[in-house]
Design a protein around this ligand. Sequence first.
Ligand code: ITT
Length: 429
Amino acid sequence: MDEPKGPGISGYSQAVQNASRSLQHCLERAQEVVPQQQHQETPVYLGATAGMRLLSLDNRHVAMEVLSAVENKLRSSPFNFQGARIITGQEEGAYGWITINYLLGSFKQSGWLNFLPKLTSIKETVGALDLGGASTQITFVPEQEQSESQENSLHFRLYGKSYNVYTHSFLCYGKDQALRMKLVRDLQNAETGRLQDPCFHTGYERNVSIRDLYASPCTANYKQSLAFPQLHVVGSGDYQACQTRIEELFNKTSCPYSKCSFNGIFLPPLQGHFGAFSAFYFVMNFLNLSAESSPAPLNSAISTMKNFCSRPWSEVKAAYPQVKEKYLSEYCFSGTYIISLLKTGYGFSLETWQQIQFLGKIGSSDAGWTLGYMLNLTNMIPAEQSLMRPLSHAGYVGLMVLSSLVLVGALLLGWCIFRKPRCLRKGIV
Ligand SMILES: O=P(O)(O)OP(=O)(O)OP(=O)(O)OC[C@H]1O[C@@H](n2cnc3c(O)ncnc32)[C@H](O)[C@@H]1O
């Protein structure tokens, strides 16, 4: 892994080169998948998320440099490039919600049911929980239509139905930045460069550059001058202690609204089912806690985590030789973080936890914000529901039979009128 070199411009040129290389790889893959004759007419949009929002906060100039390098690359591709931009946290939340509800068919069905109000089994939309490396989003339709906080409120009109949606994006609460914030807090009480960390397995050790740790807007406020350039992290594998440290990241002391999640952010009462994707899924799937038919109850998720965190690193490493070491070493932290975020951060209870479904794909499509972004930019979701719905097969057959009967009746009538005037006299009409 490249050693990050801090916020200096030269330090970021490596990041620009890396971004450029991964983009090249994506483009090559897209050229294989999309038939050549459709390359020119295939629109390409690029949306950058929280990693770039953070970079932009830290150094706007460098963030723009990265974007323009990416733009140049896309412009020279055979596709119809439509533009690259950094999307806001609110957009990221909204597009994730649109994606999963589009794929689950929630919009169309509720729109259609508007015309059949007597049907009681109206399918509601599903809330979206997205966990990235740098930010996390929660988006759902609350029971109360009127929101206490306008900045968390979005209005959509899709397929003829209006939706008042709550959304919030917590910058710095993606799993990678959350780990940094935890380490920096732990460091505040450290007297030496050695830190015992319950969120890593016993026997696991890692060196973290102090400069890198503070080189993020998420940790910059905690910056202090330390006598050591490196932090030597030593795992002690203890779920309970890890959870206690993680929970310090959620400030629940003040709330200017009737209800908050954490850090004074408004959160209406949780409502309905939720789909949890991206890192929520990657981590819970690894831990076997994401079974789609019956997701593990909160209590068993906690016991799984207790057991997993307490396993020695040597054993974990031997059991999963195919898993990237960076991910494997952090599953104890990440799983504990997910439970704390959902339980302490958002207030999911033993009961409401059961309403969460961890989703990697819906059908063959990835659950995530990207499809929603594309659907929006290509105007593929109409605001109004077409009143003329295509007929079902049974409706079509019925209509054909009816028109045939009308036709036969009309012919009979014509025959009576013009050829057999007696019919009329006998009152056949
Ligand atoms: O910028 P933000 O909005 O935060 O989102 P992201 O681009 O980092 O979000 P992704 O959905 O790409 O990835 C989410 C995180 O999950 C990590 N990740 C990807 N695959 C994983 C796996 O198999 N196991 C564990 N973590 C994984 C990845 O490194 C990120 O930190």
